[in-house]
Design a protein around this ligand. Structure first.
Ligand SMILES: Cc1cc2nc3c(=O)[nH]c(=O)nc-3n(C[C@H](O)[C@H](O)[C@H](O)COP(=O)(O)O)c2cc1C
Length: 192
């Protein structure tokens, strides 16, 4: 049984996605007792206010509920034209309309993988800016930018670089600590 659950969201739909691979590699590096589930955004429709008027789509409600149920969220973003993927932006747009403020007060960490030299740094800073709107506390450090993603995984899907594995492991531990800190703060504020 896990004492804490992290929801990992991949911003790529691609079968061989480096970002989904990074989340899978991270599963093996989570602290003891911490589960990392991976959510791929295949079923999320394109945001359309006309559709919203008819009701929040079941797939969006499922994503919202998964975020609410998680103790922390780890978003792994690709970089498209110096920003996040449309797939991820679209899912965040829906989440902002799905009710319940699912990301408010939720501990969030960001990582990203790209074949380029900068490993999604520009996309990650756009994502941080967007998360301000959700009032989501985002972990500042360590940042995980996986550059040269085409060389970052071995045949079994593990990170080829010990430094990458180590920094992902440190980020997961920091995210767990951050989520615990926020929970204790909420418990103190509510007097429980
Ligand atoms: C439309 C498009 C724009 C891209 N722009 C960037 C970019 O600005 N910076 C970057 O590092 N890589 C860029 N790339 C390359 C992606 O990082 C690469 O396709 C990556 O594998 C996508 O993530 P995934 O492997 O998780 O699908 C772009 C790719 C596409 C298709």
């Amino acid at each position: 049984m896990f004492s804490m659950h992290i929801l990992g969201i991949s911003g790529s739909l691609r079968t061989g996605s480096y970002n989904t691979k990074a989340l899978k590699a991270a599963q093996a590096l989570a602290p003891t007792g911490v589960g990392l589930d991976i959510y791929v955004l295949h079923d999320i429709p394109l945001y359309n206010a006309d559709v919203e008027k008819e009701g929040i789509p079941a797939s969006v409600a499922a994503l919202r509920d998964a975020v609410v149920a998680a103790d922390a969220v780890l978003i792994c973003t690709p970089e498209y034209n110096y920003s996040v993927s449309g797939v991820l932006k679209n899912a965040l747009d829906w989440l902002s309309r799905a009710g319940g403020k699912p990301l408010e007060g939720k501990a969030v960490a960001i990582m990203g993988a790209s074949p380029g030299q900068l490993g999604t740094v520009r996309a990650q800073y756009h994502l941080r800016q967007m998360l301000v709107h959700f009032n989501a506390p985002v972990l500042n450090s360590p940042e995980v930018m996986i550059a040269k993603a085409h060389e970052a995984f071995d045949e079994a899907g593990a990170f080829t670089s010990e430094q990458t594995a180590a920094i992902v492991q440190r980020q997961l531990q920091a995210l767990v600590d951050f989520a615990g800190l926020l929970e204790r703060g909420k418990a103190t504020a509510s007097g429980s």
